[in-house]
Design a protein around this ligand. Sequence first.
Ligand code: NI
Length: 231
Amino acid sequence: MGAEVSRGVAGRSSRPPCPTMGLACLLAAVLTLGAGTAIGADAGEPTAEELVQALLSGKAPVGGPFELIDHTGQRRTDADFRGKLMLIYFGFTHCPDVCPTELLAISVALEKLGPAASAVQPLFITVDPERDTPAVLAEYVSSFHPRLVGLTGELAAIKTVAHAYKTYFAKSAVTNSAVTASAGGSPDNYSVDHTGFIYVVGPDGRYRGFLPPQLAPEQIAEAIRPFLGRE
Ligand code: NI
């Protein structure tokens, strides 16, 4: 792990979990790549590489205010979570394996922290607001952790918060599918490529750092434990 990731939470650990991971490797690891090509991408939007490089640089501002709708249909802003250590993960409920794995790892990490975990607020922000309505999110988040809050909203609001956190996402056509091969295909038949960092935000709302993907629950617990009790 090079100096460029020293601002990451995991980079503060004496035993970085991915010591030899270069940018290309990391990009491959953090992108849940769909089988197809990106569709509907707007010109002028940041690329995955630009966002990841900005995050890893430790120089670009990360995080910021948001105004979204939670899985109960309530309007929520970042200010609602002041006083808690926020763990923010961006993903989508149709994600076949990466998102469920990460959310499960976060949930198990919170269990491992015991009562101290009450100071942590896990958040799941969808990058697929089209399909991830509050009702869909409600069922999804409840399958991971009782205090996991799902957030959705207008696509523009999702883009704003995702890019503020240097998270890349783009709709991806699913190929090799009988559905798309049929006449007209299905508008529902798409995936979403996205980067998969876990962001740590302090009780004051300030960004503290990120955790790389694919950490074990024990590693997540160890990475956030220092933030509990001293904040
Ligand atoms: Ni995913």
